[in-house]
Design a protein around this ligand. Sequence first.
Ligand SMILES: Cc1cc2nc3c(=O)[nH]c(=O)nc-3n(C[C@H](O)[C@H](O)[C@H](O)COP(=O)(O)OP(=O)(O)OC[C@H]3O[C@@H](n4cnc5c(N)ncnc54)[C@H](O)[C@@H]3O)c2cc1C
Length: 439
Amino acid sequence: MTAAADAGADVIVVGAGSSGCVVAERLSREPERKVIVLEAGAGAPSASSLRLDRLPIGVGSDRVVHYPSQQGFDLPRGRGLGGSSAVNGGYFVRWHRADFDGWSPQMWPMSAIEEAYDHLDGGSPGGGVMNVSLFADDELHSYAHAFEKYWQKQTFDTGTSPWPDVGIVRVRSNRDGWSRHSAAGLLEKARARPNVRVLTHSQVVGLRRAGGRVNGVVVGEQVLSADEVILCAGTLGTAELLARSEVVEIEGVEVWEHREQLVRFTASGGRPEPARALLQSVLHTADGVEVRCYNDDFAQFIDGLPPSSPAFGVALMHPELSGSMSWDPVARLRVDLGEMSSEDEHKIRRCAEQVVSMLGGDDFETLVQPGSPRIEPVIRTSQHAWGTMPMGVRTDWLGGVGEMPGLRIVDASILPTAGSSGPHATVMMVAWQIAESIA
Ligand SMILES: Cc1cc2nc3c(=O)[nH]c(=O)nc-3n(C[C@H](O)[C@H](O)[C@H](O)COP(=O)(O)OP(=O)(O)OC[C@H]3O[C@@H](n4cnc5c(N)ncnc54)[C@H](O)[C@@H]3O)c2cc1C
């Protein structure tokens, strides 16, 4: 810890990533509520690491920690103020309305969900806390242009509403070219308040309990007390902390992921034009697949990756099977991404084959070397892990851990269902709405 914290606080927020910054900002609006934010990593990211066309997650980046997975994939997660919001792909898209079926309608009425999203993404005109809007037609990369043209011919519409649906989804992102992270949008405002302390380089290593409730955290040699501890350490960080503290049994707990298969191809006529963003357009199919039009080889976005070739992604957004977590005090957290059901394997394969056929067709004639599209055999991950402590099952509908008063979880761990879009906007929406409800 770089600064001595006072003896305690009303609320301690663990982790200053996508969710933690939202929670800290909302709860600290009440001047009498003392809030301490503890972040394991460093301060704000440098401006250069926030270019929308870069993801600072390569080996050697000080903005991420890498978790191993049983499958051998590296699972990088943002570290430092902004957390994963400062290193992610910048795609900020709401879930479909139908994805909230099964959420408690009393605690999560659609009107409240919409209002929270509106604050973050600015609704139809765009803007909001995260300064996101739809890429315009003349900003699209040639791959995204051809992609949309192809799917329009297959009778899919291009949606421009803030609520995506089945069809072509134009991505919302930071069109000015600089990723807006949660600390910039929210924490900066909060830390100017006298009732807020933000402590970086402050990794919480344990939760303190007394009288059957959580009443503080351990950071290095120091114990900080609070009436409530709110875990916003991300799905993997929170699971690690719960396991380390022996507060919740992590062994065998489900973890969900959007598995993805890539279709690679060789660009015709040398390198494509530079991409202003990783993703500008995706397709959402009726059977729950997201087809991602990446605008270039990943090596162009991530330092240290060996050059390969451009790719399209086919991601299963509503997987039938989960992976699981386990805890080994020596080997730390073990993440097993699990198997796919045979139905899901067929679904992803069918869609990948259609992408191969798309790349061989007229719309990509000038962009793709004939005969080059190929389906990668490995099924990867989207880095979206969620749902280890789902609301309505392992926590209440506001993230409270019933068997452990004083403890609440408000990060991607508590998403209770799968979403048809990436999780970032929804993780922040959930944090916004919970903070509003408990403030
Ligand atoms: C590389 C990458 C690309 C992605 N791209 C997209 C995308 O384009 N669109 C999309 O929708 N989603 C994307 N995601 C997913 C999305 O960014 C995450 O779902 C979301 O940011 C998770 O927010 P969170 O608050 O749960 O955790 P995080 O934002 O990861 O925040 C957790 C914070 O807690 C801190 N922390 C962890 N443990 C401790 C501890 N013990 N003590 C103190 N602090 C701790 C961490 O350092 C971190 O700052 C991406 C994720 C990654 C990793």
